[in-house]
Design a protein around this ligand. Structure first.
Ligand SMILES: Nc1ncnc2c1ncn2[C@@H]1O[C@H](COP(=O)(O)OP(=O)(O)OP(=O)(O)O)[C@@H](O)[C@H]1O
Ligand SMILES: [Mg+2]
Length: 620
């Protein structure tokens, strides 16, 4: 039997290093955070050789001669004294591990000079073998050079990606650190080239512009309980194919947090296409004791005591800003969103399959959209006159009238809901309709542009928003069943559904449990056919089982409305009268997010006259 022995300190450090600095980019983050903790206002970063060479200098308060050897010792920190301090942190470091870990897997030199000292002092590590402290010439502050990273651990070297890939990671970290600390000036050189120079700025907005190099981001702020957010976000047509352009900071700490990411994505839901991601930088300030930072070796994850609060504050702020649709002001206000051919890339013609014998009309707000259902009986898909009549669209507040509705509350009283009208009113209604092209696009013009509106996508959005509104207000036509519909599911699914009986009522679905594996539906929204009810219940049960508390009814409602909207509206290929086209545009003004169909496709493309004039050689 092998004898149990205590590990040598070097080995302990190397194991710790494996966790703290898996990759070169991790050590860059640790060293920058140390500099920030030291009160630096200027930090310079240099890297090369896939990050196996890194040099970081700062003008912070430095490390005294006496403390130098402790700086490289494991579990030595100046930042916390008691366990309690972890809940009250005002520094990024707290473990006293980073430098010791890095020193054990590299040739490291640390030179530092505090304000009071006449000279600087240097300490070195040769893969964990620590030198004597020597006096050297040097500026105030600290410079750390890391060379030959992981040379003593071949397994870890093999694990590294290509130099280019490691450089990309380092640049990412540097950007995150830049975003986290606008008050710090950063100079970053990679492979001897100056990559970034970000002067110190007074606010996040300016730093976002420097780092993300995006001119068209919109600011959102919000609070919920004691959680506050400041967010910079792109319009839904300014997206990227990866979630890497979503940056999250909690108490200025860069974190990967799925909850916050989901909060953003859920807010953009129905505005983005599959695999599109917005560009977002989001800062959350939470009460100190609500956040546990000590749950991950690289400190890149945190744990909220109340994850629902952080979700809510982020989700609401993003949603509120999206609903204001600030990019529309630019759209019709002469300033181009891009200098490309069109503000939004051209889309292929939409070719939606539609149920046969579909009767539709959007002649007037009173018109019903009639859809032939599969059983053969026509029913009102969406009756504007009854369920969502706009009494006076010129009013700032829109009031909705509804008789044949389910009450939102259990007392059975109707509340007269009032909703803020789209603040950016009459964008679409002000467009002058020229005609219809290819029986698909409404051709219009503004003062500065030719604007093509996709009739199907536009109407789909309008129908979607109306449905969403009705649903949110608990005002949706409900069909009472004489004989309840019954559905069978797995027992665990039924259990999950039963926990959501009240939420289902908000969806207009009145459900009771009939047996261990059976539920009965006594009333459901008129629009939902039995097949769709079954599908909805099934996906709801799955969501609840998957997500537990993270489950969101809003998302469920959004999915349902998007599906319903898509199947109910005018399609490409239908001739529209001038009045019908104008009417559709006017309806679009009643909803804030009209510039995207609920599947995220753009509703319009814009061609600026100035660009057209250039193409004709009228101006050069
Ligand atoms: N750039 C710097 N300027 C001044 N002091 C520094 C600097 N870098 C490190 N130190 C000192 O060295 C100590 C050890 O640094 P190290 O990064 O290993 O641990 P930490 O920052 O305390 O905790 P963590 O392991 O969580 O980063 C710090 O507590 C700090 O006192
Ligand atoms: Mg540290």
């Amino acid at each position: 039997m092998a004898k149990i022995e205590k590990l040598q300190p070097e080995i302990i450090n190397q194991i710790a290093a494996g966790e703290v600095v898996e990759r070169p980019s991790h050590l860059v983050k640790e060293l920058i955070e140390n500099a920030v903790d030291a009160g630096a206002t200027e930090i310079s970063v240099e890297f090369d050789l896939g990050g196996r060479y890194v040099k970081i200098s700062d003008n912070g308060f430095g490390i005294s001669k006496e403390d130098l050897s402790l700086a490289l010792a494991p579990h030595a920190t100046s930042k916390i004294k008691t366990v309690h301090d972890i809940w009250n942190l005002n520094s990024f470091g707290f473990r006293g591990e980073a430098l010791a870990s890095i020193a054990s897997v590299s040739k490291l030199s640390l030179v530092s000079r505090v304000k009071e000292a006449q000279e600087a002092y240097r300490i070195e590590s040769d893969f964990g073998k620590i030198s004597e402290v020597q006096s050297v010439g040097g500026e105030f502050g600290t410079t750390i050079v890391v060379k030959d990273l992981f040379e003593n651990i071949p397994a870890r070297l093999k694990f590294l990606k290509s130099d280019a890939a490691e450089h990309t990671q380092i640049k990412n970290v540097v950007k995150a650190m830049g975003l986290a600390h606008p008050e710090v000036c950063f100079r970053v050189r990679g492979q001897a080239k100056l990559l970034y120079f970000w002067e110190a700025v007074k606010d996040k907005k300016l730093r976002v512009q420097q780092v993300l190099e995006q001119d068209h981001l919109y600011q959102a702020t919000g609070s919920y309980e004691d959680f506050h957010v400041e967010i910079y976000m792109s319009a839904p047509n300014n997206t990227v194919r990866t979630s890497k352009q979503m940056w999250f900071f909690v108490q200025n700490r860069w974190v990967q947090d799925r909850g916050m990411q989901a909060a953003v994505m859920d807010a953009y839901r129905n505005l983005l296409m599959h695999r599109e991601y917005p560009i977002v930088a989001c800062w959350l300030e939470a009460p100190l004791d609500e956040v546990d930072v000590n749950i991950h070796p690289t400190k890149s994850k945190i744990k909220f005591n109340q994850p629902s609060n952080s979700y809510r504050v982020v989700n609401r702020a993003v949603r509120a800003q999206l609903e204001k649709a600030p990019w529309l002001d630019e759209f019709l206000g002469n300033s181009a969103m891009s200098d490309g051919d069109a503000a939004v890339g051209s889309q292929p013609a939409l070719n939606y399959e539609e149920p046969p014998n579909t009767i539709r009309s959007i002649n007037s707000p009173q018109a019903s959209l009639l859809v032939e259902d599969t059983e053969g009986a026509a029913y009102a898909f969406h009756d504007h006159s009854k369920s969502l009549q706009f009494k006076d669209s010129a009013l700032d507040k829109i009031q909705y009238e509804q008789k044949n509705i389910i009450p939102a509350n259990t007392q059975g009283q109707y509340e007269e809901p009032v909703v803020e009208k789209n603040q950016s009113s009459a964008h679409w209604g002000n467009l002058q309709v020229i005609g219809q092209a290819d029986l698909t696009y409404i051709v219009t013009q503004s003062a500065s542009s030719l604007v093509l509106v996709d009739q199907h996508a536009a109407h789909e959005r309008v129908a979607f928003e109306k449905l969403m509104f009705a649903w949110k207000e608990g005002r949706i036509d409900v069909q009472q069943m004489l004989i309840p519909l019954t559905f069978q599911f797995d027992e665990e699914m039924v259990e999950a559904l039963v926990t959501k009986i009240e939420d289902l009522k908000r969806l207009g679905i009145f459900m009771e449990q009939m047996g261990a594996d059976t539920v009965a539906i006594s009333a459901h929204p008129q629009l939902l056919k039995p097949k769709a009810i079954q599908w909805s219940l099934e996906s709801l049960a799955k969501e609840v089982l998957d997500k537990g508390d993270g489950f969101s009814v809003e998302k469920m409602i959004g999915d349902l409305c998007a599906t319903l909207a898509c199947h109910s509206v005018i399609r490409a290929g239908k001739a529209l009268s001038h009045a019908e086209m104008e009417d559709l545009l006017k309806q679009m003004d009643e909803f804030p997010l009209s510039s995207f169909c609920p599947h995220g496709r753009p509703v319009y493309v814009e061609y600026e006259f100035s660009k057209i004039e250039k193409n004709f050689g009228r101006i050069v």
